[in-house]
Design a protein around this ligand. Structure first.
Ligand SMILES: [Zn+2]
Length: 391
């Protein structure tokens, strides 16, 4: 399978970069409008419709025009409403057609609206190991007035080798995503919406101070508990199914649990974390998979690439290291730290199951959006039917 990892590399402030982002954004918006208004769903149709118009109107080089067309089609496809006019989109680049680097990785050659320019680059230490990998579609990013180039590296990895080492899978438990594992799986991501809906209903009923309302809320509480119980059965099954005999699953020691800021629901979270851990441990033991616990201190604030620890690394659901620029989903970063911490404590027994995902840095200013890969599917043959999820 293929891994992808994004390396954000700072560029010097050149007027061509600003100009390129500006023109790219204008041309992209032009294409988005066209595709949206005329309901164009395929790049080839959009190409016929506006390729020459863009080249003439905005004076965009051919290579970048192709990227703009593709970008516009994806933007329209992914959106249920016409994509908002943003002042600045992040231009996309393909290697080696619109961007390339020298052999030493010290110079980036970038196609701009003014032609090719060369920029000095310094790839952070933690990304050096990816430099021999293929570079996939990458982006030029402007953030807080600074320019960056986001290299997306892809690497082919063979995780199913016949004589495999035992693997170490880190599991991060959370309130909004019930579990995230260091092999990029997200479990129970829909829980946040469900909980919000439930809280809304509770508040509604609470406004009526009747005996009946009191009973209703109590009933909703136990229904929610049954739902989480069922969910935890499912998730623990899937996590244990994803490893093999001899592997190690690493969990956080709950004595130090630091999540959850609303105290009235804290016990529910604690209970559900503990319940999920118990279920994982029970199923893992049956399969001959070891379950180990680590001290979770700073697992969410530590960079899984360079080990730099800072509270500022984490912004809501997103992790971005202030030291090396490494960025990805915050819970995924935590799950990798959990696996790595266990390995450090145990003299690196086994290999961590860390499969960097395709960090998406397509648009600047979008860092806070939650990424919730749709990897969770309810499938269960031996468990009781789900109680009503909605209260
Ligand atoms: Zn870092």
């Amino acid at each position: 399978m293929e891994q992808a990892v994004t390396a954000k590399v700072k560029l010097s402030n050149r007027k061509e970069l600003q100009q390129t982002i500006k023109v790219y954004s204008e041309a992209l918006q032009f294409c988005i409008d066209k595709a949206w208004e005329e309901d164009i769903k395929y790049r080839s149709n959009l190409h016929d419709e506006c390729y020459y118009e863009i080249r003439e109107k905005f004076d965009v080089p051919a290579q970048l025009t192709c990227n703009i067309l593709q970008h516009a089609i994806e933007a329209v496809k992914e959106s249920g409403s016409k994509p908002e006019v943003k002042e600045e989109y992040s231009p996309r680049y393909n290697f080696p057609r619109s961007a390339s680097v020298n052999k030493e990785w010290t110079e980036l050659s970038l196609l701009t609206m003014e032609g090719r320019i060369k920029l000095e680059i310094q790839v952070p230490e933690c990304y050096q190991k990816y430099l021999d990998c293929e570079v996939k579609e990458s982006t030029l990013l402007k953030k807080n007035g600074e320019f960056y180039f986001c290299f997306v590296f892809a690497k082919e990895v063979n995780i199913q080798s016949s004589c495999r080492d035992s693997r170490v899978l880190g599991v991060d438990l959370g309130v909004n995503k019930l579990a995230v594992t260091s092999d990029n799986q997200f479990y129970g991501t829909e829980i946040k919406e469900k909980r919000k809906e439930r809280d809304r209903k509770v508040a509604e009923i609470q406004s009526k101070v009747t005996h009946e309302a009191h009973n209703r809320i109590k009933e909703m509480g136990s229904r929610w508990k049954r739902f989480i119980d069922w969910k935890n059965h499912n998730i623990s099954r899937q996590i244990v199914d994803s490893v093999e005999k001899g592997d190690v699953i690493v969990l956080e020691n709950l004595k130090h649990i630091r999540e959850s800021n609303s105290s009235d629901t804290e016990w529910v979270h604690k209970w559900s974390f503990r319940d999920l851990q118990d279920k994982i441990e029970y199923k893992a033991n049956l399969k001959g998979v070891k379950v180990e616990y680590i001290d979770p201190q700073d697992t969410s604030n530590e960079c899984s690439e360079c080990s730099h620890i800072s509270e500022d690394n984490r912004k809501k659901g997103f992790f971005e290291c202030e030291n090396c620029g490494f960025s990805l989903d915050a819970d995924l970063n935590a799950s990798r730290n959990i696996a790595q911490r266990y390995m450090r404590n145990n003299g690196s027994a086994g290999s961590p199951v860390n499969l960097p995902n395709g960090e998406n840095l397509k648009d600047s200013g979008n860092d806070e959006s939650e990424r919730t890969p749709a990897s969770f599917e309810d499938e269960n043959t031996r468990k009781p039917l789900p109680p009503e999820a909605k209260a």
